[in-house]
Design a protein around this ligand. Structure first.
Ligand SMILES: *Cc1c(COP(=O)(O)O)cnc(C)c1O
Length: 368
């Protein structure tokens, strides 16, 4: 049997592990922060019709510039950031980039602005794909400490930027896997202190408190700032694979240098455009999911666990004496949550009311 070690693989990839959140066929999957509500039936019909129309031209390559999709994403982001009080000018389609999930968007960032001989600074515990994409693109991953309760103050973040002098900084707002918020003051201070690209991963932005400003509102005048988003979480579209970012048009030009031609299939583009045409319908479960998250915060504390404040659709909770045992006991009840490798912690996604109830009921019967 040939093993990986026998192959002439890059030295810097030897001994590395792939991304590996367990994919198990369970009844209640609360492990990867998807929206657990199905796409509304009227949107499914609209998406299906749009994809079918597109199939008539699928003998041809798709629009390499995904023009219509960029227009829809720009419109969606402009409305979203203005609803949070931003008075910045509208986000224009030439500020938008998209790819097959925000993971690919982030990969494009590091292909263009990272790479061999360059470093990216991150603040663990944070999204595991950030360091994995760094490894894949040959970018050195340098990590720095957070403050207490996984927060990140401007002072702490700026001190790390001064020490590391990174080519790229990854921030995550709210942060995964902790759920904790990140202040715009920290983002602005990191930008001022750095010479490189500052990327804010806002995968969970739609779950932030109503009226809370987002990082998009910081874009004007900051040509090295990048804000990434995804349709995988609030938008209930994880299986379609569509992530995107907003930045200065010059950043978008840089990403054109590294993308593969026609990287977004005609079917993906059509499906995403159709879904964005129904944005309010696609997002109508967000309030209910926030309610379940807040319920988790209260009930987990009542059970003696130590949940961390969350602005996302999941909760990280401490005081778990044996995370692996609790994880497996829940799995015996067909409930899958996430062991993110933090001592005495587990993470659970806020699901439907019924899913949340069942998770809490089973958990209450287990020993902490
Ligand atoms: C889930 C998640 C993503 C989403 O990745 P996609 O490739 O768009 O599905 C990105 N960033 C963070 C922090 C996430 O938690």
């Amino acid at each position: 049997m040939t093993s990986l070690a026998d192959l002439p693989i890059r030295d810097d990839l030897r001994g590395k592990s792939p991304y590996g959140a367990p994919q198990k066929p369970v009844r209640i999957a609360l492990n990867v922060n998807e929206n657990t509500h199905e796409v509304p039936a009227e949107v499914i019909a609209h998406v299906a019709a749009a994809v079918e129309r597109e199939l008539h031209g699928v003998n041809r390559y798709p629009d390499r510039e995904f023009t219509l999709l960029r227009e829809h994403l720009a419109g969606y982001l402009t409305a979203a950031t203005q609803s949070r009080g931003s008075t910045a000018p509208d986000i224009s389609p030439d500020q938008i980039w998209a790819a097959n999930g925000s993971n690919e968007v982030i990969q494009h960032i590091l292909q263009a602005f990272g790479g061999p001989g360059r470093r990216v600074l991150g603040f663990p515990p944070t999204y595991s794909m950030h360091s994995i994409i760094a490894a894949g693109t040959g970018t050195e991953w340098v990590s720095a400490e957070r403050d207490a309760d996984f927060l990140l103050s401007p002072e702490t973040a700026v001190a790390a930027v001064r020490r590391v002098d990174p080519d790229v900084v990854f921030l995550c707002a709210p942060n995964n896997p902790t759920g904790t918020p990140l202040g715009l003051d920290t983002i602005a201070a990191v930008y001022e202190a750095s010479r490189g690209i500052v990327m804010v991963d806002e995968a969970y932005a739609e779950f932030m408190p109503v009226g809370q400003p987002d990082a998009l509102s910081l874009l004007p005048g900051r040509e090295r700032l990048v804000v990434s988003r995804t349709m995988s979480k609030a938008f209930a579209f994880a299986g379609a694979r569509l992530g995107y970012l907003a930045a200065d048009p010059a950043v978008i030009d840089a990403l054109r240098l590294v993308r593969l031609p026609y990287h977004l299939s005609a079917l993906t583009q059509a499906a995403a455009v159709a879904a964005l045409e129904h944005a309010p319908t696609m997002l109508r479960t967000v309030g209910a999911i926030r309610d379940q998250r807040d319920r988790l915060l209260i009930e987990l504390a009542r059970l003696g666990y130590a949940p961390h404040d969350s602005w996302a659709n999941f909760v990280l909770f401490g005081n778990v004496s044996d995370p692996q045992r609790t994880f497996e006991q829940l799995l015996e009840h067909d409930i899958l949550i996430r062991d993110v490798g933090l001592a005495n912690h587990l993470r659970v996604t806020a699901g439907t009311p019924a899913e949340t109830t069942e998770f809490l009921d089973v958990l209450a019967r287990l020993s902490r």
